[in-house]
Design a protein around this ligand. Structure first.
Ligand code: GLC
Length: 625
């Protein structure tokens, strides 16, 4: 075993033992100092640090040698156009392989539909080998190199990635690297007492350390088990942030980093273009802290990013950090995650619809939307997960809103415990001890379609019109474009009944899809309105990128912002209220009076002011006066 030396010496040693080519060498020169520095910081006192670092680089070099010419061509193409994901033509979709399409072949059969919809990005929910029965929707991975046999094989996945690429669609997969399932080979070896693998997880002989950690660590899945540890059959305790069968990896061990970096670059060579970095906030633990978003978590992501640059330079990371907004942005940079979910905008869109008050969303757009160059938000209305009200209490306080009480209201509103609620959601992980809870439900059910509320369909379209006009990559939860409703069927499935998120994870609603061109149905109306908005976004360069400037619409229920383009601006006005909203001419007088409604392509005379229908919006192309 060798400890680290200085970067130049270590690099030289690695080079002599590694077969590389000129392009790898160039990237190695650029990345090695960074990678070495991170290893120094995280693993400087470990005797095996140098050996593990050398193994990482050698594995990256071998992976690069094995990378197909087609994927290397893609690397070159992306290098020539590094901002490709900022384009107005980007549109993401997400679905479960089994629920939406049966298996990987079924996904292939849906490619014509994905093209009809205009997708350029397809996130397939976790499809790896996982325990039978409950596996947290695939988020408990037993092997990163094996596709769940019910869905297909790794060869089929690579072939599908290639077909998607030909169709102009980038494959996005999860990288579930905070934990493995308890059936992963590493986990089995750890339980069997193999010392190399015991150190892959955080295992303690008794409650002393777990109790000490739990002083400061929050409970994530309290319905499953209290705290963050579960007991093994032999009486020891193991760290499990999420479900009891998802065991957190011990990244303080450099062998864990090496092993997971190997799994990551294996996936890169299957043709995955974007990795959704699952649960990034939790990957590093330190006693006496919340064990969330620690500085070391960032270093680890940077190290993974550096390895990626060596082995699969065009691949991107998307951060999944559903935490305080200050923490969410801390993961977004070219060196860390180029993309990130925008959970704040998502949650505040729902907040504004419930309260009919857009101020918190307006404030977030004005204050928390900007990002470093070369990075982008993934803006969405719903995901496979619950909605957590992750706004900052201090932001709310500025508007006279008490965060705690407001979250309680929103939870009650969305699960229909408030008189007059239009929503039919379900509570998720309601914690009586802390009063914390989150909400599950499909877009249509939360927006009022299920309840038969007159504004339901409008709200579905309005929420998407916001996500589609705030830049970055808009992401559709497939099924939402045909108004998929909640499905209570999960309650009859013993593996799902305890997890209300399954209420919005129904099977592909075949009937709704069949009716998508029939405007006498809700599916048809929602689909026709949404696809029109999608087509408009794709034809409007100013809606790509990330630049956004607030606009004070001077009306209590109207959200306003501008997306500056070349020579003109897109002015977005969105009415979250239940009544029509008049915007007077004076408010709009900063713009040339001759505007165009981009969605209808009709001229609009701003000198006359304008009226937004209840739950209505406009995307106006306006010029300077
Ligand atoms: C992420 C996933 C969620 C899963 C959790 C544990 O938050 O989105 O569905 O339960 O990670 O892997």
């Amino acid at each position: 075993m060798t400890a680290l030396s200085d970067a130049a010496t270590d690099l030289q040693l690695i080079r002599t033992a590694t077969v590389t080519d000129a392009s790898f060498d160039t990237r190695l020169d650029a990345q090695f100092p960074r990678l070495h520095g991170i290893f120094q910081e995280l693993y400087g006192d470990r005797a095996d640090a140098a050996e593990q670092l050398a193994a990482v680089v050698q594995e990256a070099a071998a992976s690069w040698r094995r990378r197909s010419l087609e994927l290397k061509a893609r690397d070159a193409q992306r290098a020539a156009d590094p901002d490709w994901f900022q384009s107005e033509s980007m549109l993401g979709g997400v679905c479960y392989v089994d629920r939406f399409a049966g298996d990987l072949d079924g996904v292939r059969a849906q490619i014509p539909y994905f093209q009809e919809l205009g997708l350029t990005y397809l996130h397939l929910m976790p499809l790896f080998d996982a325990p039978e029965g409950d596996n947290d929707g695939g988020y408990a991975v037993s092997s990163y190199r094996r596709v769940s046999p019910a869905l297909g094989s790794m060869e089929e996945l690579a072939a599908l990635a290639a077909d998607l690429r030909l169709a102009g669609i980038s494959l996005v997969l999860d990288f579930i690297f905070n934990h493995t399932s308890n059936e992963h080979e590493w986990a089995r070896k750890a339980v069997a007492g193999d010392p190399d693998f015991e150190d892959f997880y955080l295992i303690f002989p008794d409650r002393t350390m777990p109790d000490a950690y739990e002083q400061t660590v929050r409970e994530i899945f309290p319905d499953d088990h209290p705290g963050s540890f579960v007991q093994l059959d032999d009486g020891r305790w193991i760290w499990a942030t999420f479900y009891h069968f998802q065991w957190d990896l011990n990244y303080a061990n450099p062998a864990v980093f090496r092993a997971m970096a190997g799994e990551m670059i294996f996936l890169a060579n299957q043709g995955v273009e974007i990795l959704r970095m699952d649960a990034v906030a939790f990957i590093w633990k330190r006693l006496g802290t919340t064990c969330e978003s620690l500085p070391e978590a960032h270093l680890l992501l940077q190290a993974f990013n550096a390895v990626l640059d060596l082995a699969a330079p065009s691949m991107l990371f998307k951060s999944e950090a559903i935490v305080h907004p200050d923490e969410v942005v801390s993961y977004i940079s070219r060196d860390e995650c180029e993309l990130s979910y925008n959970p704040l905008q998502m949650a505040l869109t729902w907040e504004a619809l419930a309260t009919r008050d857009p101020r918190l969303l307006q404030q977030a757009l004005e204050r928390r939307h900007a990002l470093p160059a070369g990075t982008a938000w993934v803006n969405y209305v719903r995901s496979h997960d619950d909605i957590g009200w992750t706004f900052a209490d201090e932001d709310a306080a500025e508007l006279g809103i008490d965060g705690y009480a407001h979250r309680r209201f929103l939870n009650d509103f969305y699960v229909n415990r408030v008189e007059g609620s239009f929503s039919r959601g379900a509570t998720f992980q309601e914690n009586p001890r802390t009063g914390d809870a989150r909400v599950a439900g499909t877009t249509a059910s939360l927006a009022g379609v299920e309840a038969g509320d007159a504004g339901g369909e409008d709200r579905v379209v309005l929420a998407h019109a916001i996500a589609l006009s705030t830049g970055g990559i808009p992401l559709l939860y497939l099924g939402d474009e045909v108004g998929q409703l909640n499905d209570d069927g999960y309650l009859d499935d013993p593996h799902h009944a305890h997890d209300s998120r399954w209420v919005h994870r129904g099977e592909r609603p075949a009937e709704a899809y069949a009716a998508r061109h029939d405007e006498s149905t809700p599916a048809g109306r929602i689909h026709s309105r949404l696809t029109r908005v999608i087509a408009t976004r794709k034809a409007t360069p100013a809606l790509g990128g990330n630049r956004l400037i607030g606009f004070d619409a001077g009306h209590p229920t109207v959200l306003g912002y501008q997306r500056p383009g070349v020579g003109s601006v897109v002015l977005v006005l969105a009415n979250v209220g239940d009544d029509p909203a008049d915007i007077d001419a004076l408010t709009l007088s900063g713009f040339d009076a001759a505007a165009t409604d981009l969605v209808t392509a009709e001229p609009v005379d701003l000198a006359a002011g304008l009226t937004l229908p209840a739950h209505g919006f406009v995307w106006l192309e306006v010029g300077p006066r």
